[in-house]
Design a protein around this ligand. Structure first.
Ligand code: ATP
Length: 324
């Protein structure tokens, strides 16, 4: 049963952009239109919420953007929203514009922001996990992760071609901030010889042992997550200490992993999460994130979602088996 009070939903994207955000926006507009609810797009995340930087969202326009990466609403990191003054101003903007509920697509920082905002008012807030890092509890997949891994794989495959032609050691740095998920998935998918992730701390002795046995007769591929404590440069210098003549290169994939057309998985996930977010907010849910857990859409309270996120144990075991 729906609560009758909600007539106007505001939606925004916040933090880092990720492929699949536009699909979620499309689904939110489409679902709201079908239910006769007004949707307002808030541009540039919390910055737009503070300043009243609004735009009308129409499913007809968004339908053609499902295949596009990035976010049509633009995104931002807002220092002002971190302060009570900024949040008070944002609340005034919401009230002045008669917005009854908010849907935010972003990462854990965005949900921390919503939690802080919820202390000021009793409006319903729902989150959708949109980040390439896959570092959020309460969902097996965040929007954009699958696309980022596919982009990483495409590029690592190319690096392997040249590495094999020259019998080179390549250290490839992938994104993910403090989460090793992109490194693990792309490393397993490309047959990497070693995968270093932040969650493993400084454990890379095994890699140096492996390098000692390397005979320069083939490519040797090492994947390093950008948030790894050791980092690509230190790994390179330790390898050179073992063998100064080794033919070694570092490649940083960088922001290409954020952009590009979303994968089919992220498009459908975005659409499913968008529909679910509107349905749930109308059913009375508040301060919860829509996730995709054990192959099902679900809801998790923000205070659970923002807890320290871990790489699944099963994946850590895979890492040991394939990396060492
Ligand atoms: P990504 O994982 O892609 O970086 P994110 O949502 O975690 O996305 P953040 O920059 O950490 O990105 O957070 C987005 C915004 O949320 C911040 O710029 C800030 O405006 C707001 N925010 C984060 N933490 C808080 C907090 N504790 N209180 C109020 N606002 C917050």
């Amino acid at each position: 049963m729906y609560t009758t009070e909600i007539k106007h939903i505001g939606v925004f994207t916040s933090g880092g952009d990720s492929p699949g955000m536009n699909a979620a926006l499309y689904a939110i507009a489409k679902t709201a239109e079908a239910k006769g609810i007004k949707v307002t797009g808030i541009r540039k995340g919390y910055e737009g919420l503070i300043d009243g930087d609004f735009t009308t969202l129409k499913s007809h326009d968004l339908q053609k953007k499902v295949q596009r990466g990035g976010t049509m609403l633009k995104t931002a990191r807002s220092k002002r929203f971190m302060e009570p003054e900024g949040r008070n101003k944002a609340l005034q903007t919401l009230l002045t514009n008669n917005i009854d509920a908010l849907i935010a697509i972003g990462g854990d920082g965005t949900f921390r922001g919503l939690l802080a905002f919820s202390e000021l008012c009793n409006l319903p807030f729902i989150g959708i996990p949109g980040t390439i890092d896959n570092d959020i509890s309460g969902t097996d997949y965040t929007l954009g992760f699958d696309s980022a891994v596919n982009t990483a794989i495409e590029n690592i495959d190319k690096i392997r071609d040249t590495a094999e032609s020259h019998n080179r050691v390549f250290i490839v740095e992938v994104m993910g901030r403090d989460s090793g998920y992109i490194a693990i998935h792309s490393g397993l998918s490309t047959g990497a010889d070693a995968i270093l992730i932040p969650e493993s701390g400084k454990d890379f002795i095994y890699l140096l042992d492996k390098v000692k046995g390397y005979n320069s007769e083939d490519a040797f591929l090492i994947l390093v997550s950008e948030g790894d404590e050791i980092g690509a440069e230190l790994v390179a210098s330790k390898i050179r200490e073992i063998n100064a003549n080794i033919d070694l290169r570092i490649a940083r994939l960088g922001h290409v992993q954020r952009g590009g057309n979303p994968s089919a998985f992220d498009r459908v996930l975005g659409i499913r999460m968008g529909v679910e977010a509107v349905e749930r907010i109308l059913s009375g849910a508040k301060n919860k994130m829509v996730g995709f857990l054990n192959n099902q859409l679900n809801l998790t309270p923000f205070d659970e979602v923002i807890k320290q996120h871990q790489v699944k144990e099963e994946l850590q075991e895979l890492l040991k088996l394939f990396s060492k």
